[in-house]
Design a protein around this ligand. Structure first.
Ligand code: DGJ
Length: 747
């Protein structure tokens, strides 16, 4: 890994064994982008990569010379105007009304490791040798605004983390109207754009389309990263697939409004932008003040999307997630939400917990409904005191009883919200985000607390800390169930209202930071009506997230498959729930529900007492299996093998392989059974070709896939998944059933 500056040619080459990132100072002093991709040789001169062609209708930077037009040149951080007409990375409104900026290279430093981003989640290093950071300092002479562009190159993998930092060194206040984290101009547009979109309970479905001229984008203006789109997109070559070919993943380490955009211009170059959504963003920068953008992470590979995902998984698992739980297998939990919703008392909860304990489950989580006047979703949010009619011994008493049973206790909070029917709102109606004199939209009968105000965050911190400090609470599920609408803070002046969305998220991060520091061994799971804030920003504080409110095993195939493109399996909350399923009313086998959930942070979300004795025995077996293999399942190398988004989507398959390649687990899923179905083989990945693996099926073996096979056979010939278990008893029929699944263990 190296960052080389060529003084004579004013170029920078960031390279490790996988990638090269080359940029140079343009004739007008701006930073130009020259190359990002597979590693190339370090050379003196890359000036041939600066292509400047005079074109009719062009606007040019220098008087009398038809050479440099910013419209046609690939840049590091594009500005609008001054001959570039593309969507810019930065826009600054100045005192005289101008929005033109002119950021020219001034100096740079290279440091070992990676600096922290104050108040923001970001990837990190533990040792200086893990990364090198280049900080380019640019300056706009007219305004005196200094812009620092930060590039961290990680050793070993094709990862570059980027962000931008503004300092007002001038004499007048300015308004930052656009301040993207990343701008990358690519020389062509031969890419597919891959986005991860959906809705509540249908998150992160894979959508692929060809990149076209003009702008294509996804984003959120809801105050959170959203169910609708994830702050993660991929540009892949049309011929690239899971196993080969070029792909670049772009991920924003942020949980608020975001924009991910690609603009293909008339000469087929592609500008990628990623950062805080400029809509409603207006940050006033007084002289002497600084603004730091969130971090964006780019991963390049020429080895297909599985490789790209594995790079993200390694980085986000080990150098984004932090703390006590980062490297630990996650407790198998039972959550009472789908078992009781808000209809519970202590006795009912203890009955569920007792059976869970008998089944080997390790953590009991009490969900929504335990506090204040909360008996349905119209009341109580904000009043974080146990309802002693339901829980006569309070949270501390219940937690103690669960601990006495030999299980850990976990608790649900929704810290950012308040119901109007609550003591908190009655006392502090001014603490919600609302525009004076205008109506206040509600969502789920609740309102959003103004987390841009320190006193609000302090108040919630004290209330939560008291509960966590008094009772034996080992886990917190942090929920967030509505979007922000009238985004206005009573505590800020008119010319700072455009800061509220971002200040709100900074408040959320602040509360997370304080709680996770004060209670370092508590496991935090983020949640936002399922997966509305499943983003890298929260992964920094909470190493796992509730992936979706849809717990149906079939639906989950798509949701978990899509989520895996960026996020590691150890972050994917997945539970076995009741059948018929509560979201789609589908009846699926208990085994399939567990076989899907085990590729995640595994748990149950149903009343185990309603299961038959046989099913309870089955749950015990599942828990045993999970305990035995969770290290591999949660921390192994994950491969997507067969996509539910391709073809008829009837078969999905994925697998994990241990670091030493000695063990692997394959999950195979079939949605509908058919008559006279084709023969089926599944080519595995990541095995040691020369090693002989004993393959067995969890549960009953149903074909010829079990036995002893070399890695090269399993990867090239394939694992036989044809179900031949019915022998010749049912000619013409196909054995198996709808919503079928199989788990193969290779050792
Ligand atoms: C939404 C979450 O996603 C659910 O799991 C549950 O916690 C409910 N909120 C409780 O209100």
């Amino acid at each position: 890994m190296s960052i080389v500056f060529n003084e004579k040619n004013q170029t920078f080459h960031l390279f490790n064994s996988k990638i090269s990132y080359i940029m140079g100072v343009l004739p007008n002093g701006h930073m130009g982008q020259l190359y990002f991709g597979k590693r190339v040789h370090q050379k003196e001169d890359y000036s041939y990569l600066l292509e400047m062609v005079p074109r009719s209708m062009g606007s040019y930077v220098f008087e009398g010379r038809r050479t440099l037009s910013l419209e046609h040149v690939k840049q590091e951080y594009g500005v609008y105007g001054s001959s570039d007409y593309r969507f810019p990375a930065v826009e600054i409104l100045q005192e005289n009304g101008s929005r033109i900026s002119d950021f020219c290279y001034k100096s740079h430093v290279v440091t070992a490791g990676k600096p922290k981003l104050p108040g923001l989640p970001a990837t990190y290093t533990e040792r200086d040798e893990e990364a090198e950071t280049l900080i380019l300092t640019l300056e706009d002479n007219v305004t005196g605004i200094e812009l620092q562009l930060l590039y961290t190159l990680f050793a070993g993998d094709g990862v570059i983390a980027r962000s931008a930092r503004f300092r007002n060194r001038g004499g007048c206040a300015v308004h930052l109207l656009k301040a993207m984290s990343l701008c990358l101009d690519l020389p062509d547009c031969e890419y597919d754009w891959v986005q991860f979109s959906g809705a509540w309970a249908r998150e992160r479905h894979v959508k692929v389309r060809k990149l076209e001229k003009g702008i294509q984008s996804v984003g959120s203006m809801r105050g959170h990263s959203s169910h609708e789109h994830n702050p993660f997109v991929i540009l892949k070559r049309p011929t690239a697939d899971e196993f080969q070919g070029e792909a670049i993943g772009f991920s924003l380490v942020y949980s608020g409004n975001f924009l991910a955009q690609a603009e293909v211009d008339t000469h087929d170059t592609t500008r990628v932008l990623l950062g805080i959504h400029p809509e409603s963003f207006d940050w006033k920068l007084e002289p002497g003040e600084e603004f730091q953008t969130p971090e964006a992470v780019m991963v390049y590979t020429d080895r297909g999307m599985n490789d790209m995902s594995q790079i993200f998984h390694r980085l986000y698992q080990k150098r984004l997630a932090r703390g006590y739980w980062r490297d630990r297998v996650r407790p198998i939990l039972i959550n009472n939400w789908e078992a009781t919703y808000m209809d519970f008392d202590e006795e009912k909860l203890l009955r569920i917990a007792e059976t869970a304990k008998e089944c080997g489950i390790e953590l009991f989580v009490l969900d929504d409904g335990w506090f204040g006047a909360r008996r349905d979703d119209t009341a109580g949010l904000g009043d974080w005191k146990a309802n002693t009619e339901l829980l006569p011994n309070g949270i501390a008493g219940l937690a103690q009883k669960i601990e006495d049973m030999g299980m850990k206790f976990g608790l649900w909070f929704e810290p950012e919200m308040v119901n109007k029917n609550s003591d908190l709102y009655r006392e502090h109606p001014e603490w919600i985000l609302a525009v004076p004199g205008r109506s206040q939209s509600q969502g789920r009968y609740q309102h959003v607390l103004d987390f841009s105000r320190k006193e609000v965050v302090d108040y919630i911190y004290e209330n939560m800390a008291e509960i966590l400090g008094k009772g034996k609470v080992s886990y917190v599920k942090w929920d967030m169930n509505r979007s922000i609408t009238e985004c206005y803070s009573g505590a800020l002046p008119a010319d700072r209202q455009g800061e509220v969305f971002h200040r709100y998220i900074l408040g959320v991060y602040d509360l997370y930071e304080r709680l996770t520091s004060a209670f370092p061994e508590v496991l935090f799971e983020s949640c936002a009506s399922g997966g509305a804030r499943f983003d890298p920003g929260l992964l920094y504080y909470a190493p796992q997230g509730w992936t979706s409110d849809d717990t149906d095993a079939v639906e989950r195939l798509k949701i978990q498959y899509g989520t895996s493109y960026c996020y590691p399996i150890s972050s994917i909350g997945a539970h076995v729930s009741a059948s018929p399923n509560h979201q789609v009313m589908r009846e699926t086998p208990l085994s399939t529900r567990a076989n899907v959930a085990c590729f995640g942070t595994f748990g149950y979300e149903l009343d185990l007492n309603r299961l038959s004795a046989w099913e309870q025995e089955e749950v015990k077996r599942q828990v045993e299996f999970m305990k035995k293999y969770r290290e591999l399942l949660q921390f192994g190398t994950f491969y997507r093998l067969k996509s539910p988004f391709e073809g008829d989507g009837n078969i999905t398959a994925w697998m994990v392989v241990s670091e030493d390649c000695k063990k692997a687990i394959v999950g195979w899923y079939k949605i509908l059974n058919g008559v006279n179905m084709p023969y089926m083989r599944l080519k595995l990945e990541g095995l040691d070709p020369g090693r002989e693996y004993g393959v067995r099926e969890e549960g009953e073996a149903r074909g010829k896939g079990c036995g002893s096979f070399y890695g090269d056979e399993l990867m090239n010939v394939g694992l036989v998944t044809t179900d031949t278990s019915a022998g010749d008893a049912l000619p013409g029929m196909h054995p198996g059933r709808d919503f079928d699944s199989r788990i193969f263990v290779l050792e």
